[in-house]
Design a protein around this ligand. Structure first.
Ligand code: SF4
Length: 374
């Protein structure tokens, strides 16, 4: 039984589907009755998950993602966080209060919503912006206005919360100048954390049918590198492939737990969790299908369960761990698998001795590491 276990909650609603998105979310107009029903089901799912898999675990971090969690509105988010308050307040093994992150989009994150979050201990607001430039946003089929983030960002930072913004590179009509301008504006809004994602377009999404509007791959890489350079010049530290923080305290502790393969459970359609037994190096993946109807049917949604063997978890620990600048947690790795990383993938580590290089050229490093595990 894990001593500590983070919690992820998926809110699968969006006002409209963005043309590049392949996350599980469904278009939704704000409606208290539906939201209320979803929140109640989600709370029942969390209770069941914890009772079965992590009854005594403290919750060092909670991440409410989506979709668009701000569509919960003030009443919905208050009901959700009030329902979770007993487990968040439970004895924690860590000498710090739980980190609570909520994703939002600026249009639905009104003052009442933000105030409800702030009063209930949310520590981080993650605003999905992608680009402040109207043409880039329109080209990617992102529908809300680029002016929105200012109000929400100002309210949040003035009330002492930590602000993260999501930006994206590789959008139609984007230039290096526009990326630098996006970053300047994000910094002016007080972002202490920026996720800079390189757009990848899966075949099934609408933007794939307008592939000719996207920068070709060399140019797209140049755009991301220009963004990275601007962030580093502004004093941000790249602590993961796509994540940059102004200071260590601004890093997302919840995501670091994923990258280090610490235990977490997730609830909601498309959410998943991973629990690893430190004694055997084996574990469980708990997940819910991408199906809101199925999640809402029946008294309590139950996750599907997949058993994970040792080799799978060694590979996942390497895959996730080297995304993080500090690499996998070596002590935890040894405790679980009885071997040090330099015993498991000695040749790949010798070929890529530099940490930063391993992170920058992650795919190539992983190919070497996985070839060694076969
Ligand atoms: S707001 Fe986010 S989750 Fe929703 S459709 Fe757009 S990219 Fe996807």
């Amino acid at each position: 039984m894990p001593e500590s276990c983070s919690l992820y909650l998926h809110i699968p609603f969006c006002r409209a589907k963005c043309d590049y998105c392949d996350f599980y979310s469904i278009p939704f107009q704000q409606n208290d009755r539906k939201i209320g029903g979803y929140v109640e089901t989600l709370l029942r799912a969390v209770e069941e998950l914890r009772a079965r898999y992590a009854p005594l675990a403290s919750v060092p971090s909670l991440y409410i993602g989506g979709g668009t969690p701000s569509l919960l509105g003030a009443r919905g988010v208050a009901a959700l966080l009030d329902g979770l308050a007993p487990i968040l307040a439970a004895k924690t093994a860590l000498p710090v209060t739980p980190e609570i992150t909520i994703e939002a989009n600026a249009e639905s994150a009104d003052t009442a919503f933000l105030e409800a979050c702030r009063l209930r201990g949310v520590t981080r607001l993650s605003l999905g912006v992608q680009s402040f430039d109207a043409a880039c946003r329109a080209g990617a089929g992102r529908r809300e206005t680029p002016e929105g983030p200012d109000r929400a960002a100002r309210f949040w930072t003035e009330s002492g919360g930590s602000l993260s913004l999501d930006l994206m590179t590789g959008l139609p009509a984007q230039t290096e100048y526009l990326i630098r301008r996006d970053i300047e504006r994000a910094l002016a809004l007080g972002a202490a954390h920026i996720s800079l994602y390189a757009l990848t377009v899966e075949e099934a999404v609408p933007l794939a049918r307008r592939a000719e509007t996207l920068p070709e791959s060399g140019a797209a890489e140049g755009l991301w590198l220009a963004g990275r350079a601007a962030l580093i010049a502004a004093g941000f530290h790249q602590y993961e492939v796509s994540n940059f923080a102004r200071a260590a305290a601004a890093c997302c502790r919840h995501n670091i737990r994923y990258w280090r393969m610490e235990n977490w459970i997730g609830a909601g359609p498309s959410a998943s969790g991973t629990l690893i037994d430190d004694e055997t190096g084996t574990g469980l993946r708990l997940y819910y299908p991408d199906d809101l109807g199925a999640f809402l049917r029946g008294p309590v949604p139950l996750p599907l369960v997949e058993e994970l063997d040792r080799l799978t978890l060694i590979k996942e620990s390497i895959l996730m761990g080297y995304r993080y600048a500090e690499g996998p947690d070596e002590t935890l790795f040894f405790r679980r698998f009885g071997k040090r990383l330099d015993e498991v993938i000695p040749r790949a580590l010798a070929k890529w001795p530099d940490r930063g290089e391993r992170m920058l050229f992650l795919n190539r490093f992983l190919l070497d590491a996985f070839a060694e595990l076969e």
